[in-house]
Ligand binder design. Structure first.
Ligand code: SF4
Length: 220
């Protein structure tokens, strides 16, 4: 915001986390930083300055993005999106309770958007019900895998408790079908001489023919 540019492409609905491209379409982009500070951070009773700032914001094409950004970043001072600090106070106070399913869906479609605590809870519960693995949830919420695993475990307890309370019968567990085992090739024993550390093969003893005996003793 308050940056000199000629960028004029239209806005694109939900802003991604960290996306500041809307700054370039702001009506206040050509203001000198000192003038902008003076205009958008007036004294509480400077009604002329407040009216001037609001008039500029009224013609701004990114007014909504500006307001959302201030809410999401907790910017409680100054004029943002055409609203003064006192105008925005109820919005700031109510933000943690916002439940915008458009944002929840955006996360399931692979986008990184700002979520309130309530929207985040819905994403985690749906991820658990959909059978997401921890690594997938970790990417969606930009948290560590370890933390994502904890979140899924907590969601499992929460949903089980809810089902018990409402008398919902538990889902039958899916049985894993055993894969047929592949026939193993017969184990081949390497030749004795090839075995590591084996002793050299002993020479086979030549069988000695039995001595010939007569009916009463050795034949001379
Ligand atoms: S809404 Fe007002 S403060 Fe926000 S970017 Fe537009 S002109 Fe600037």
């Amino acid at each position: 915001m308050r940056v000199i540019t000629t960028y004029t492409s239209p806005t694109t609905g939900l802003r991604a986390l960290g996306d500041t491209s809307w700054h370039r379409r702001a009506a206040c982009r050509d203001l000198h930083p000192e003038d902008a500070d003076e205009l958008f951070f007036p004294l509480p009773r400077d009604h002329d300055a407040i009216a001037e700032a609001k008039a500029l914001c009224a013609s701004c094409p990114v007014r909504r993005d500006c307001l959302n950004s201030a809410l999401e970043n907790g910017d409680k001072d100054g004029i943002w999106g055409g609203l003064t600090e006192s105008d925005r106070r109820p919005w700031h106070d109510g933000l943690p309770q916002r439940l915008d399913y458009q944002r929840v869906l955006a996360v399931f479609n692979g986008r990184h958007v700002h979520l309130t605590a309530k929207e985040r809870d819905v994403v985690i519960s749906h991820a658990y019900v959909r059978g997401w693995r921890a690594d997938r949830l970790a990417v969606a919420l930009q948290v560590s895998q370890h933390h994502a695993r904890d979140l899924l475990t907590q969601a499992a307890y929460k949903i089980a408790h809810r089902d018990r309370t409402l008398g919902v019968p538990p889902q039958p567990k899916k049985r894993r079908t055993k894969r047929p085992q592949r026939p193993q090739p017969p184990a081949t024993t390497p030749p004795v001489a090839e075995q590591r550390g084996s002793r050299p093969a002993q020479p086979q003893s030549v069988p000695v023919p039995p001595a010939r005996h007569g009916a009463f003793g050795k034949v001379a």
